[in-house]
Design a protein around this ligand. Structure first.
Ligand code: FES
Length: 103
């Protein structure tokens, strides 16, 4: 994953935006990230990653000049992540539309 790839595919919220939001707002609980562009409030696929990222950024903050490598070492493959979401949505009986904002 690259920082500008989407972490929340429902609301098009990037990994970079979530990382910065966690840092700036000193997020303690993933549910607080709903204020970050609605991340995690759609189909729910990204919630595990939001939880994981909240913990990681708090415990091992990325150096500001090495966010790309920090994220590459700690995030899933972009295509596999998107495929997982498609399968997850199908299992829930949701249409698989990347830009779907409602679930
Ligand atoms: S991918 Fe984030 S709520 Fe669906």
């Amino acid at each position: 994953m690259k920082p500008d790839d989407e972490l929340c595919l429902c609301f098009h919220v990037s990994w970079r935006k979530v990382i910065n939001y966690i840092r700036v707002h000193r997020i303690q609980r993933p549910s607080q990230l709903a204020e970050c562009g609605g991340a995690g409030t759609g189909c729910g696929w990204c919630r595990k990653q939001l939880e994981r990222l909240t913990h990681l950024v708090t415990e091992v903050p990325p150096p500001s000049d090495e966010v790309e490598q920090w994220l590459a070492d700690r995030s899933p493959n972009k295509e596999i992540y998107a495929q997982g979401r498609s399968k997850y949505r199908q299992e829930l009986g949701l249409e698989d539309r990347p830009s779907d904002r409602s679930s």
